[in-house]
Design a protein around this ligand. Structure first.
Ligand code: AP5
Ligand code: ZN
Length: 214
């Protein structure tokens, strides 16, 4: 099963990717997590990406497309994958299509901007695994600690309110056109497109997904 999770920053893509990985046994491909790993490793690409990410802008299509192509070619993606945060521009979607990578489902998480800003203020992450928490809506079992490893949780550098607003602006101009793009793909019979109400509680959104995907 090949799935695209489409939605604004903070819409819940990473949170539901954790649920879907567990339920369907397919890997999550999060371009954001891949970039954050490159930053942590101190690679040249990571250092260049950090400046762009901290400013709430998008990393260049060429870099992202290269990262995803390399990842999708790995063995664990043979039976499917979850794309989280990719594609994010029309050229990225076109590159995937040109490479012959088809998808089965495009799932849009619909969440208004104000809800997003509130969510990002309370987000805490376990950067090594990509696990995501919220201090109120999805708290860890022990405050400030990852449920599985007990490691300290952290706050993402791009979760400052001003940066979140910039990221939302970019989403509306550069990523939202993918809604029409994938709806047209669905009309042409190339995939299924579903819009989910992402404002519901985490478990309720997971239940919507389980019902859609079977
Ligand atoms: P990326 O890491 O992809 O960030 P994003 O798309 O901005 O999305 P987020 O990770 O912020 O949100 P999410 O939808 O995963 O929400 P989450 O589940 O964490 O990208 C970061 C940066 O990298 C970009 O800005 C860009 O610079 C660069 N980049 C990445 N991909 C790129 C690409 N393809 N092209 C170019 N540049 C790229 O949830 C958010 C919070 O809400 C959490 O606290 C969570 O616990 C809580 N929450 C989740 N669901 C619910 C719910 N139902 N109810 C209440 N709270 C909830
Ligand atoms: Zn995410």
């Amino acid at each position: 099963m090949r799935i695209i999770l489409l939605g604004a920053p903070g819409a819940g893509k990473g949170t539901q990717a954790q649920f879907l990985m567990g339920k369907y046994g397919i890997p999550q491909i999060s371009t954001g997590d891949m970039l954050r790993s490159a930053i942590k490793a101190g690679t040249e690409m990571g250092l260049a990406a950090k400046k762009v990410m901290d400013a709430g802008q998008l990393v260049s299509d060429d870099i992202i497309i290269g990262l995803v192509k390399e990842r999708i070619a790995q063995d664990d993606c043979a039976n499917g994958f979850l794309l989280d945060g990719f594609p994010r521009t029309i050229p990225q979607a076109d590159a995937m299509k040109d490479a012959g990578v088809n998808v089965d489902f495009c799932l849009e998480f619909d969440v208004p901007d104000d809800v997003i800003v509130e969510r990002m203020g309370g987000r805490r992450v376990h950067s090594a695994s990509g696990r995501v928490y919220h201090v109120v809506y999805n708290p860890p079992k022990v405050e400030g600690k990852d449920d599985e490893t007990g490691d300290d949780l952290s706050i993402r550098d791009d979760d400052k309110e001003v940066t979140v607003r910039d990221r939302l602006g970019i989403y509306h101009t550069q990523t939202k056109p993918l809604v029409d793009y994938y709806q047209a793909e669905a009309t042409a019979g190339n995939c299924q497109y579903h819009k989910l109400d992402g404002t519901q509680a985490v478990e309720a959104v997971s239940a919507q997904l389980a019902e859609l995907l079977g």
